[in-house]
Design a binder for this molecule. Sequence first.
Ligand code: G
Ligand code: G
Ligand code: MN
Length: 574
Amino acid sequence: MSDLRCQLDLLSAMNKKLQRDEKMLRLICETSNSAFLYYNYEEGTVQTIANWDYFFDFKVTNKMDFNRFYDCVEEKYISPLREALFIEKRGMKSTTIDVKMKESKMWVEVETNIIYNEQGHPTDKIVRFKDVTKFNSQNDELTYMAYYDILTGLYNRNYFVRLLGEFVRKAKEENGNVAVMFIDLDDFRKMNDGLGIIVGDEIVQLFGQFLSELANDNIVISHFNSDIYCIGIYNPCGNRSVDAIYKKIYERLEKPFKLSTGQELSLSVSVGVAEYPEAASNTLELINCAEIVMFKAKSSGKGKIQYFDGSILEDFLQNVSIETKLKEAVFAQNFNMHFQPQFHTTDKMLRGVEALIRWKDETGKMIRPDVFIPIAEKNGMIVPIGTWVMEESIRIYAEWKRKYHYPMIMSLNVSAIQYKQPDFIDKVVQILEKYDVSPSEVELEITESILIDDFQEITEKLAILRDIGIKISLDDFGTGYSSLSYLKGLPIDTLKIDKSFIDTVITDENTRIITESIIYMVKKLGYETIAEGVETQEQYDYLHEIDCDNIQGYYLGKPMPPEEIEALIEKTLA
Ligand code: G
Ligand code: G
Ligand code: MN
């Protein structure tokens, strides 16, 4: 009796433990946010456990029901899922894949585990289903970012380069063509600085959205960076396809873009076009060429399209090589100064000299200042070069002064970038003091174009320089936009009439009329006049007759090294 009692107690205890274990396992399953499927090979039975309903609206009770899984997932996951559910056919122990559900769009991780007996036969299969939507959508976003630009929804630069590479590869195989349009918004920096980067972003977005409408199988469009877009076209019909796209862009730009603030804004773009295989033999070079050509479009007045042309590339490469050599020259101070004399018209006495920089590269080749000065202005090297020019010229002038005591004017060309340096005035004063040269012996030349871009800032500085006693002269007068009325009130002392007037003053009646009125009015305003580029006796006589104060030009003296200027001074003094 007590034996039986004992066994019953034991059974009951075991039962309790089993119940507890089962409850524990059930709770673990249910709180795991997963669903499980258990298949027993020996009995051929299927059991579904835990959060089954969260994933599926059907039950699986036998092996045949497995087919129902395939209806739930998107097409491309059907066969991977079949393989994952039956890995025992390939003798595998476990595998995990992600599938996307057709209707709910849920991402489900499916993990299959098989247990084998000692003979290597499968005995149990456990499949776990887990919701990984959150994780995978983040992945979606990463995938998106790998291909697209978030701001515009266009392809990003990296992916564009890949797609363009595909075009080029195809074109190589099929003897086809690929065109790249490199598009840059004009004056974007001004808009961005003036209206703020939020508005700047909106502009980039609006134009990008418009461009995206132009895409098709053979036209890929990207937002390259900041205000730059690139279009790749496979097998364009000559320039026709490019022209057609440009026409659409051009027509769109005739209407303003409406910002979210209600403000309307007109845009223009500069476009460079290069084509494979004409311009370049590989993808990156092709983009480079289109970019270089775009710069040409921009510098020839914006709002333009420029097609590739070998000479543009050549100029560009030459400029790059000049830029490299220029850096070395600045470092080694491989320049020297020439001076062109200026004479009083009435008695041909020396008035002063204009300092003109000269540069011979390491092969001894002369590189003209009108070639390298614009490059130096672009990359900022004009600042050290300009300082050197000023110090060297004034040093030489001080020597002449010490030697001959002949009062003259040293005229220096100064670029806008130099004026804009905060310490420009201090530097000038410092150099004058160092060489003991009086401010009235120095004249700084400015060009009209300088004044147009930064009128306020530069005229303020000019006024200060004049207060110190330095002369200011307006160079190349007549080539820019200047009107005589705008001259009034400019802080200048001297006006240099551009060579282009002098060139035709004898032969062209109109030029004569204009030149005479300029000289008449300028003298009335109280400025001194200098005629530039005087090459003949006839021109000289005429300028003398109309009372131009000073003459500069090959007729009386070319730019020359300092020793020759000394000879001139000696002659003047004799
Ligand atoms: O002789 P010429 O080729 O020197 O000069 C060509 C151009 O280069 C001219 O417009 C002249 O003003 C400019 N230039 C010459 N020397 C200098 C210089 O020292 N500084 C600047 N900014 N321009 C210069
Ligand atoms: O732009 P700016 O005035 O600074 O430039 C002066 C330039 O004009 C220098 O390049 C100088 O060599 C050039 N020049 C000066 N006089 C004459 C001249 O009589 N004829 C020609 N062709 N060039 C001149
Ligand atoms: Mn000059």
